[in-house]
Write a protein that binds this ligand. Structure first.
Ligand code: ZN
Length: 152
């Protein structure tokens, strides 16, 4: 194992990114995407929620310990609409659950990753969220999230 990876197995770091909480998928419209994913995953969409600040409507599916979050843009200038405009529908982000989002933001910032928001912001599904710039994460948009009930 490379030397710099060893520390991620130490007690201090092991639990900071707890699991993949959900995978975000950008879709043109929830009306068509929800039945498609219900058929694909063989489970019902259990929640739809608008995130006004992000100009998106979301729909959630539970798949074991992980969720699938469908994202539909509600404004041509919003991030999801612009993403679909340039890249088409598809995988948008991977979200990791953390039990201390501020500590994780600090750790990642110290490690040289660029945070897209300097303060945790309100996301869908009663979460605090923070995104990392994909240019430093191999082109993958990474979200950190923490249940708002568990945050201060
Ligand atoms: Zn998300």
């Amino acid at each position: 194992m490379p030397k710099d990876l060893v520390r991620f197995c130490s007690d201090d770091y092991f639990y900071s990114m707890i699991k993949v909480e959900h995978i975000g998928i950008a879709v043109k419209g929830l009306e068509a995407a929800i039945p498609l994913y219900e058929k694909l995953l063989n489970t019902e969409c259990y929640k739809q929620e608008a995130v006004i600040g992000e100009k998106v409507n979301t729909a959630f599916f539970r798949q074991g310990e992980t969720k699938i979050e469908l994202l539909e843009g509600t404004d041509p200038e919003g991030v999801i609409s612009r993403f679909i405009e340039t890249r088409g529908e598809g995988l948008h982000h991977i979200a990791f659950e953390t039990d201390d989002i501020r500590a994780e933001m600090q750790r990642l910032s110290d490690a040289g990753f660029q945070l897209l928001n300097s303060e945790p912001k309100q996301g869908a599904d009663n979460k605090w969220v923070c995104f990392l710039h994909p240019k430093q994460t191999g082109g993958v948009l990474i979200e950190l999230c923490q249940d708002r009930g568990a945050a201060e």
